[in-house]
Design a protein around this ligand. Structure first.
Ligand SMILES: Cc1cc2nc3c(=O)[nH]c(=O)nc-3n(C[C@H](O)[C@H](O)[C@H](O)COP(=O)(O)OP(=O)(O)OC[C@H]3O[C@@H](n4cnc5c(N)ncnc54)[C@H](O)[C@@H]3O)c2cc1C
Length: 464
């Protein structure tokens, strides 16, 4: 969106247009505040979302598709587009259970981290997006293998709750396409929900503007950055919302020489390992609604992992298969015979994001406990595929971090946290954060709905 921004002073500036930034913009706009949203990514809509997977990767993500941890054995997918993660994500919405809230409370000392206390905020968040499950008659073969394999092994599963509306399955849509932006505006991304409503309320949105520095002057906050290929520009505001995500916020605060020792620490990703079961017959896991089922097994939750029925487009899959040349090509030729289940680990080993001299360095490894959780998940997947007649099982080469959390964790103590329970930076009453960066630990549950709920709560408490 190439809006000309004539005004340089705003009530509120919001950095990042993803899940948190969009909800905050909507709530603050509703209060009649004059808001500016700055987003590094491009503004796409259903008419011009990238059509090819390879273009989707390069145009909708930072660093051309994937970033890596320091040891290059974990790929991190960080969205860069108006709407942030809600454009590329799988649109799965889950409320946290009490176990996740107890863990958050233990790690932060924040009192409202509780299922009952958060219930009203979840309800408010849910009002802005339509939710559906995929009807059983439309599940594809991959989902059926998942459901049947769970049943055969005595595991509990359930339909995935999705942010979507009228996917028109009967018309033969292949929903895997929506990972590069939904072309029929069925996915309830921020773009067609909270951002759309915010623009009607008067939100100014500048896309392709990357903020590189912020300064709190006490009576106002200065925001500096660069619009795509143009000169450096500054805006100012009374209050600032940081909604650039775990890596974005950590990077920005470090580049601004912010003095809080915990910035960039306590970084979690729910590392996800895809496991493919090869069958004699065609599975066509990419056809139709490609993701319908999840594990709902209390035993899995206790062991620290969850399983989801997933698939990926060919470029993504090619990164997972081992081998080179002929061996790799043979595997790729057989992908239509493959079903896929992913294990997502509730990681316990905190990582660290640092940004020095223009370079991002991410330290993130699996400790023995995390490996145990991964192995327990893979073992369950192997049982599921074997019970359904798989002829071979291929473990993905490369884990992926899709849920990037922490780096500016919330807490009471400014020595080991960055944001206070009122969602302000410990050392600034003017700067607010409620996005994935404030997570104090890994919940082991899809984070978006909770980010929306926390953002609703933060926006309500913001007083100018
Ligand atoms: C492939 C994929 C699938 C996923 N599936 C699910 C799912 O099914 N369910 C679920 O709950 N979660 C899912 N997630 C995770 C979910 O999308 C994220 O947790 C969520 O988007 C985080 O919200 P956020 O507001 O913290 O940041 P984001 O939504 O990532 O938004 C941050 C925005 O800030 C912008 N930004 C960063 N730095 C700057 C800067 N310096 N200047 C200007 N702009 C900046 C970014 O470009 C980005 O658009 C998935 C993620 C991926 C990548």
């Amino acid at each position: 969106m190439r809006t000309e921004i004539k005004n340089h002073f705003f009530d509120v500036i919001i950095i990042g247009s993803g899940v948190s930034g969009s909800v905050m913009a909507y709530e603050l706009g509703k209060k009649g505040l004059n808001c500016l949203m700055l987003e590094a990514g491009e503004f796409f809509s259903r008419s011009n979302f990238p059509k090819k997977e390879i273009d989707g990767n390069s145009k909708l993500y930072w660093s051309g598709g994937a970033e890596f941890n320091q040891t290059a054995n974990l790929a991190l997918l960080r969205p860069k587009v108006v709407g942030g993660g809600s454009i590329v994500n799988q649109a799965l919405l889950d409320r946290f259970d009490q176990n996740a809230w107890d863990d958050f409370k233990r790690n932060s000392g924040v009192n409202f981290f509780d299922q009952d206390k958060m219930s009203e905020w979840y309800q408010k968040a849910e009002q802005g997006v339509n939710q559906e499950v995929i009807p059983a008659e439309f599940r594809n073969k991959n989902a059926q293998i998942f459901a049947d394999g769970f049943k055969a092994n005595g595991f509990e599963c359930a339909p995935l709750n999705r942010a979507q509306k009228n996917c028109r399955y009967s018309e033969g849509n292949d929903c895997i396409e929506c990972l590069s932006g939904c072309k029929i505006d069925s996915k309830q991304s921020m773009l067609i929900t909270y951002i759309k409503e915010s623009l009607k309320q008067g939100l100014k949105l500048l896309s392709k503007f990357e903020v590189d520095q912020i300064e709190d002057k006490g009576d106002k906050v200065l925001v500096h950055g660069r619009h795509y290929k143009s000169q450096r520009k500054s805006f100012s505001c009374r209050k600032l919302v940081l909604a650039a995500g775990a890596i974005g916020n950590s990077k920005l605060l470090q580049n601004s020489n912010w003095k809080l020792p915990a910035i960039g620490h306590h970084f979690y990703t729910h590392p996800q390992f895809m496991v493919l079961g090869e069958f004699k017959e065609d599975i066509l896991a990419h056809k139709g609604p490609f993701q319908a089922m999840k594990s709902a097994d209390a035993g899995f939750r206790k062991k620290g992992f969850k399983l989801e029925n997933v698939f990926a487009p060919p470029v993504g899959l090619s990164m997972l298969f081992k081998g080179f040349g002929h061996e790799h090509m043979q595997l790729m030729k057989r992908i239509k015979k493959m079903a896929c289940i992913e294990v997502a680990v509730r990681d316990t080993q905190p990582g660290k994001i640092s940004f020095k001299k223009g370079k991002l360095k991410i330290i993130k490894t699996l400790n023995e406990e995390d490996k145990k959780r991964r192995n327990a998940g893979i073992e369950a997947i192997e049982k599921i595929f074997s019970s359904q007649g798989a002829v071979a099982i291929h473990q993905g080469n490369l884990p992926i971090g899709l849920h990037l959390m922490g780096g500016c964790r919330i807490g009471q103590d400014d020595r080991n946290s960055v944001v206070n329970p009122e969602f302000q930076l410990h050392n600034s009453k003017n700067i607010f954060v409620a996005d994935s960066s404030i997570f104090p630990s890994a919940p082991g549950i899809n984070p978006s709905l909770t980010i929306m709920a926390l953002s609703k709560k933060a926006a309500q408490g913001m007083v100018l």
